[in-house]
Design a protein around this ligand. Structure first.
Ligand SMILES: Cc1cc2nc3c(=O)[nH]c(=O)nc-3n(C[C@H](O)[C@H](O)[C@H](O)COP(=O)(O)O)c2cc1C
Length: 314
């Protein structure tokens, strides 16, 4: 009954992985994607996306971080996977779900779902360089425009030799529009032998239970749900242990916000970037905490992290 933290470009970085794995209950994180095109990337690119490589590939809480690669040329994806492993990655994941027009135009992400053969070639090339003791997965959507190739793509991932597959229950065309189709994930699960991880629209304990029941999957991946409510995974774990639920209150989130500001200031990040990153998180948090809406309104026009800090203390 694993719970994985979803990769989210520009949202789930090292700091967010630290916050969320410190709270507990997550089994694995997947990094933001590293896009590979026509060459072996320098080591610094891997360290920038996954600074945890300097900590044995794990967050400070000890949760392993899988490195996600995105690219359409099998040999190139493979040599970069090999580099990630040499650098200590705790797992490799291939992105077949990114809907970005830019990425898709360069033959990476969801557009590859139009070519199941190529999906299999990429997975097989990476399989050759990933040792058996390193988990190797692929993350797909249900398709590009429609679901006509869904099962073919899922089989391509299995035939290519991946250890598991993560399925985001939507096509590229559906973007992020709810609801994710957990029934389709069940069809995939029924036709594969490798473990299938269900992903999409798990925003509450009830969603978690229903997603597992409908998809039949033991393991799930959660993205936005845990950014909106950082206590969600803890709540699921407490439910599974039959313990009473202690929620992550707004008072618990405030120190994380302060840390976010302080880390940015210490690292010399530009003021406006520090504050805009916080505003981005508040936009998610306000769905769960009404206090986040208030804070967002109060800092809407600010760009100086020191001013935001003062406001937090008031
Ligand atoms: C802002 C944002 C960035 C994302 N970045 C990635 C990414 O880098 N790699 C990837 O495989 N999926 C990415 N996704 C998709 C998520 O991993 C996940 O599949 C999707 O959000 C559905 O899960 P959720 O409903 O639990 O958020 C991203 C989604 C969002 C909203």
């Amino acid at each position: 009954m694993k719970i994985l933290l979803a990769p989210m470009q520009g949202v789930v970085d090292q700091q967010m992985r630290r916050f969320l794995t410190d709270i507990g209950g997550l089994d694995l994180c997947v990094s933001e994607f590293i896009r590979v095109t026509d060459r072996l990337l320098p080591r610094r690119v891997f360290r920038r996306t996954c600074p945890e490589l300097l900590n044995d590939g794990c967050t400070p809480a000890g949760t392993p971080v899988t490195i996600q690669l995105l690219g359409g040329v099998p040999e190139i994806v493979a040599i970069n996977a090999q580099r990630a492993i040499e650098m200590g990655a705790k797992g490799i994941d291939i992105n077949f779900g990114c809907p970005s027009k830019f990425v898709n135009r360069k033959a990476g992400g969801a557009v590859l779902l139009k070519e199941p053969k190529r999906v299999q070639q990429i997975v097989a090339a990476v399989r050759e360089v990933v040792p058996d003791n390193i988990p190797f997965s692929a993350k797909i959507r249900l398709g590009y425009d429609d679901t006509s190739l869904t099962l073919e793509n899922a089989h391509a991932v299995e035939a290519g030799g991946a250890d598991s597959i993560v399925v985001h229950g939507r096509t590229k065309k559906e973007g992020y529009r709810p609801p994710a189709d957990w029934q389709w994930i069940a069809r995939i699960r029924a036709s594969l032998t490798i473990p299938v991880v269900a992903n999409g629209d798990i925003n509450s304990l009830d969603d978690y239970l229903r997603c597992r029941e409908i998809s039949g999957c033991d393991d799930v991946m959660i993205g936005r749900g845990v950014i909106i409510n950082p206590g969600l995974v803890q709540q699921i774990r407490q439910f599974q242990m039959g313990a009473s639920h202690s929620s992550v209150t707004w008072a618990c989130v405030i120190p994380l916000i302060e840390t976010m500001l302080l880390d940015g200031i210490t690292a010399g990040v530009a003021d406006c970037h520090i504050v805009s990153r916080l505003k981005q998180w508040l936009r998610y948090l306000k769905s769960h905490y009404h206090e986040a809406q208030r804070l967002f309104d109060n800092i809407r026009t600010l760009n100086d992290p020191h001013q935001v800090q003062r406001l937090l203390h008031e």
